[in-house]
Ligand binder design. Structure first.
Ligand code: SAM
Ligand code: SF4
Length: 338
């Protein structure tokens, strides 16, 4: 299958061995976080030593290099991107990059109260804000110690800052938040947000729950939602794996991200750079190269960096094979750049 998303000159496109155009970079700015969501991290996480983390300048240089090579969308992520000092300056330095159509961020929202306005002024476009429950006790349980009041303050600040679009991300776990699916959608609709429901991926060993028991497939989520809302099929995409449905009579779209129940790798257009500078070619495989060593050992050698990236893209796997009963991938989502 061919996935051509831009009219760029062929030389300025990254094309993998399966003829997929790679146009989207998820750029992780830290593995650290102010929460410990049970599906994302171990309770006692060992974070990377500071000297292993990319500096802000290195992150910026990677972003620019990828744009030169044809990436037109970058999402800043982590860990929690807003715990990284200097994040506003980073957004500012990337946002105006010629050839970059969209700079976005995924955040847990807690620090938006202080940072939403400056992020918007610095040029951040759309915002994805994660939330798995609006019930204070459940929110605390899923995040291990988060306070939903801080989340609400952050979301209000994001609304005031008038981002072009806000989307909520919900990971659904049976027995934890599966009965709240319609309430979360209702909340999104009332605020004119979009919302995506995500199947949990088996990344990193988690002791807090059994992933086979808690798995909920998008088909079941859709079923629940369609009892309450009139869902209208749409072919709209926002450059990610979400398949969207419009909610009749509202401004909101509901997205479904189904890495387990319905493979979407045929349309994959993305790669990730981890907080320690690894170019990771697929969430569900370990194919990667160490880009940090290249820029630290050969500072300023743009040609070498570009060639390394081009070469790595040829090693992008065809697809992932997630199975909730097995944890083949030991890296947690926070070290992956979700
Ligand atoms: N800290 C930010 C946040 O929570 O939005 C950004 C990083 S977080 C790793 C990015 C997204 O990955 C979040 O929406 C989170 O819910 C999701 N995520 C984390 N672990 C996951 C897993 N095992 N399976 C599916 N989604 C996961
Ligand atoms: Fe932190 Fe985001 Fe992972 Fe939750 S999902 S622990 S907020 S990085």
């Amino acid at each position: 299958m061919t996935h051509v998303e831009t009219n760029q000159h062929p030389k300025k496109r990254l094309i993998d061995p399966y003829n997929r155009t790679i146009s989207y970079l998820r750029l992780s700015v830290t593995d650290r976080c102010n929460l410990r969501c049970t599906y994302c991290m171990a309770e006692k996480m060992q974070f990377l030593p500071r000297q292993k983390l990319l500096t802000l300048e290195e992150i910026r240089d990677f972003g620019k290099a990828f744009v030169t090579l044809g990436i037109n969308k970058i999402r800043l992520t982590g860990g929690e991107p807003l715990v990284r000092r200097g994040i506003i300056g980073l957004v500012d330095s990337l946002a105006s990059e010629e050839g970059l159509d969209e700079l976005t961020m995924t955040t847990n929202g807690l620090l938006l109260e202080k940072k939403a306005k400056d992020l918007k002024l610095a040029g951040l476009g759309r915002l994805n804000i994660s939330v798995d429950s609006l019930i204070p006790e459940k929110f605390r349980q899923l995040t291990r110690f988060g306070d939903i009041k801080d989340w609400h303050k952050g979301v209000n600040a994001a609304k005031e800052a008038q981002f072009s679009n806000i989307k909520l991300n919900v990971v659904v776990l049976k027995g934890f938040n599966d009965l709240e699916i319609c309430d979360l959608a209702e909340y999104a609709i009332a605020n004119e947000f979009d919302i995506s429901f995500i199947e949990e991926m088996p990344l990193g060993v988690t002791k807090s729950h059994d992933r086979v028991q808690t798995q909920v497939c998008c088909g079941d989520i859709k079923q629940q939602l369609s009892q309450k809302f009139e869902l209208i099929e749409t072919l709209e995409r926002t450059g990610g794996p979400s398949r969207y449905m419009r909610v009749a009579g509202t401004k909101s779209k509901i997205g479904f991200i189904s890495p387990i129940s319905e493979n979407f790798c045929g349309a994959c257009n993305r790669v990730r750079v981890t907080a320690d500078g690894r170019l990771l070619l697929c969430l569900g495989n370990e194919n990667s190269i160490d880009l940090k060593s290249i820029i630290r050992n050969h500072p300023g050698d743009e040609n070498m960096l570009n060639e390394a990236i081009r070469g790595a893209i040829q090693n992008k796997p065809e697809r992932h094979y997630f199975d909730p009963s097995r944890t083949d991938i030991l890296r947690f989502m926070n070290t992956t750049g979700g």
